[in-house]
Design a protein. Structure first.
Length: 466
């Protein structure tokens, strides 16, 4: 069995801590930035979000193939953490830059910077994800690594989301382009440091070599039934998170409104989008910590199904919470419960991808860990793309007002149709997505017994380094 240390697990966690600080801001605040700060229409912003992820459908598998065939003294996947980290931070800053151009020029700028950001994100995140497949050969240990990864990821997300609005206000104002730009400079610098820490604290223990052609890798992937089922279920999971997350900024601005406070043991604090999302990230961490004991006891597939069933129920009930002081507390409680459940799901999905990679290595004799993990990144981005675009297009279709001249005049009373759409985006629509994810994974064939058999067979053919 490949040896792994606590230092490696912590180091591996730093990698997704960095990625998630960027990803959550992109998923939850970028649609709002494009429509309310940068100045794009909801339709153009929705098309932009969707089109850039179509490129990801090509770049993710390409990066998986490239990293699978990389050989250096640092391993196959780990070097990319060092090579790509500077570009990762620079592109994030450019993405939140608002140039002094006309509408057409700004639209071109948005396309170029978003495509660059997603390309660089692929260049570092696909190899990072694939590292899980070569750091240990034990299925349960992979779940532990995944749990460290997601615990740190949600910790980073909490920091970036909780501080984002105060940081933009400190740097020039939440409703100003300069505030968003300088806030991203701070986040980008922190992300660069964490990727370097991830590189220095980890090691690839398993030496896997792809001995088949690229065409054979793709043929094996297309024939991989567990991969197809998991990619569909994971896409739905990311769609669930993105739809809710991308709606929150609009939901708080137009349904809850500003200057809302909650009282806790005599202390009054503001109830705002960053707090709501930040509490969710902390709750995600509780879920991550619960993943290993729950999945070890119930099995990964059963855990996946039960979590999604619970998400369906809680999401439907969220619709009926009133906008009252007691209702705001209920919203916060439901956010905590939903986020604990999605926290359980996150490491579970990554661990299941590692199992799918092991299945492919034994079944098809192909060491295509990078290609398989790139599909997980692709599912994440497609889920985010569809979710982000759907939020923007639905709001546009239901009459949501984003006219810059109207917004500049002060608070806007949105039409009732748009407000109803926002409530559905926080409840019934995510519930339907979770139900679909549960149905898909019902047919997933890699049970605990089957994975144990696969691991036993692979130990006979793999080379492991201390």
């Amino acid at each position: 069995m490949a040896k792994s240390t606590l230092k490696e697990k912590i180091g591996y966690g730093f990698g997704d801590m960095s990625s998630s600080m960027f990803w959550k801001i992109f998923s939850y605040y970028l649609p709002f930035f494009y429509s309310n700060i940068f100045g794009l229409s909801l339709i153009d912003a929705g098309v932009l979000v969707l089109v850039t992820r179509i490129w990801d459908a090509v770049s993710d598998p390409m990066m998986g193939i490239i990293s699978d065939r990389t050989q250096t003294k640092w391993g196959k996947y780990r070097p990319y953490l060092l090579w790509v980290a500077p570009f990762f931070s620079i592109c994030g800053i450019l993405l939140f830059t608002t140039p002094d151009l006309d509408y057409a020029g700004k639209l071109i700028w948005a396309y170029v910077t978003y495509i660059l950001m997603m390309t660089v994100y692929t260049g570092i995140n696909v190899p990072y994800g694939a590292m899980l497949g070569v750091m240990t050969d034990d299925s349960n240990e992979k779940t532990v690594f995944s749990s460290f990864r997601m615990f740190f990821a949600y910790g980073g997300s909490f920091i970036s989301l909780f501080l984002w609005e105060p940081l933009t206000n400190l740097m020039g104002g939440y409703n100003t382009p300069g505030g968003w730009f300088w806030a991203m400079v701070v986040i980008a610098a922190a992300c660069f440091v964490m990727f370097i820490l991830c590189f220095t604290m980890t090691k690839e223990h398993l030496k896997t070599v792809s001995t088949v052609s690229v065409g054979s890798d793709f043929k094996a992937l297309i024939s991989n039934k567990p991969w197809w089922l998991l990619i569909g279920a994971a896409l739905c999971f990311n769609l669930f998170n993105t739809v809710r997350g991308a709606t929150v900024a609009y939901f708080f601005q137009d349904i809850i409104g500003g200057n809302v406070s909650l009282v806790f043991f005599g202390l009054m604090f503001a109830f705002y989008a960053g707090l709501f999302l930040g509490v969710g990230e902390v709750s995600n961490m509780v879920g991550v910590a619960s993943c290993v004991p729950i999945s070890n006891r119930l099995g990964k597939k059963t855990t996946f199904i039960l979590v999604n069933a619970s998400l369906v129920v809680l999401s439907v009930l969220f619709f009926f919470i009133p906008c009252t002081p007691a209702g705001y507390w209920a919203m916060l409680i439901f956010q905590i419960l939903i986020s604990i459940l999605t926290g359980i799901m996150s490491p579970l999905v990554w661990s299941m991808y590692a199992d799918v990679s092991d299945y492919a290595e034994l079944e098809f004799k192909t060491a295509s860990t990078g290609l398989i993990f790139s599909s997980s990144s692709m599912a994440q981005k497609f889920g985010g793309a569809i979710g982000g675009a759907a939020v923007l297009w639905l709001l546009s279709g239901f009459g949501y007002i984003t006219d810059p001249e109207i917004l500049a005049a002060g608070p806007v009373d949105q039409p009732e149709s748009a407000l109803t759409c926002l409530r559905w985006l926080m409840s019934f629509i995510p519930a339907c997505v979770a139900l679909l994810s549960m149905c898909i994974v019902w047919f997933y064939p890699l049970t605990t017994d089957r994975i144990n058999h696969i691991n036993a067979e692979l130990k006979k053919i793999r080379h492991i380094e201390d």
